[in-house]
Design a protein around this ligand. Structure first.
Ligand SMILES: N[C@@H](CCC[C@H](N)C(=O)O)C(=O)O
Length: 291
């Protein structure tokens, strides 16, 4: 029987990024990719983009080891919006206002503020090396890489910036983020052979040097109303190109995020709200083996 059968969960969202939080710190059970897919099942499941599973802390001084599942069962190293949801859930339960967590991508600090309804997550330092993203072949300059879709002499989308925020991101610079069929191009680009671990695909429009609008097709989850790590990757990529300041506001379909790429330690800080929707228990029938 799945460790998730009858287990409590909280349905939340980070500016429209659909998040399920499960606290398994008291349990020895593990969530499998099949479990994660079953939770997302259209037949009685809970629709989500990411499932955030809190496991017992592995390191002193951390609150939990967090595993992040996309709704296709794959695991991710980072989820900015999901982290704000986790942080709100924990802080509301135990009155903390700051904590450190461990994810597959490393340690991450988070705190309440700058106002009580906002949560800030230190997403760590971005990586730009082609092996770090990773890309399938060497690109010395990842501010723009050679990649396009559409006719060779008149590409529809081309020359993305690529960044790792603990997960792989490609950002295509466009004039109108709503002017492209992302549901069609997203899967093609996510699974392009240049990305051996697939990639999150973002369309970004630089409004001015303090404001960027984005829309994202998420690796393993599809079209989303918000992707926090994509907002971070976009802010960093725009600053690298000297097209925006290091402190910007990002507008996503579900809301706004403040992103600061801090000079003193290279870390990216993401600030935004987190919304609690409801809580429940997983129906064991979701995890029943198919006869
Ligand atoms: N929604 C997230 C990103 C989730 C992980 C991503 N789909 C991946 O596989 O890398 C966010 O808010 O950052």
């Amino acid at each position: 029987m799945s460790a998730l059968a009858n287990h409590a969960f909280a349905k939340m969202n980070g500016i429209g990024n659909e998040i399920v939080v499960v606290d398994m710190r008291d349990s020895a059970g593990r969530v499998t990719p099949d479990d994660a897919r079953a939770v997302a099942s259209a037949n009685g499941g809970v629709a989500y983009d990411q499932l955030m599973v809190l496991q017992k802390p592995r390191l002193d001084g951390t609150e939990a080891f967090i595993r992040i599942y996309n709704n296709d069962g794959s695991e991710a190293g980072a989820c900015g919006n999901g982290m704000r949801c986790v942080v709100r859930r924990i802080f509301e339960k135990n009155g903390q206002t700051a904590a450190t967590f461990e994810t597959a991508a490393g340690l991450l600090n988070a705190w309440q503020g700058p106002s009580p309804d906002l949560y800030t997550v230190d997403m760590g330092a971005p990586k730009f090396g082609w092996q770090d993203i990773p890309l399938a072949e060497e690109f010395r300059d990842t501010r723009y890489i050679e990649l396009q879709i559409g006719p060779i002499d008149n590409p529809i989308l081309h020359s993305p910036s690529v960044v790792s925020m603990g997960n792989p991101h490609a950002i295509f610079w466009v004039d109108d983020v709503d002017g492209y069929d992302l549901e069609r191009f997203g899967p093609l680009l996510e699974n392009h052979p240049i990305f051996p671990e697939r990639a999150n695909i973002t369309l970004a429009h630089i409004v001015d040097d303090k404001h960027i609008t984005i829309r994202t097709w998420e690796r393993g989850a599809g079209l989303t109303r918000a992707c926090g790590s994509a907002a971070c990757a976009t802010a960093v990529a725009a600053a690298r190109l000297k097209r925006a300041e290091r402190n910007v506001e990002i507008t996503l379909p579900g809301g706004k995020l403040g992103i600061e790429w801090r000079e003193r330690d290279d870390h990216v800080l993401m600030t935004g709200t987190a919304t609690f929707e409801y809580e429940g228990r997983f129906d064991p029938a979701l995890f029943a083996p198919v006869a």
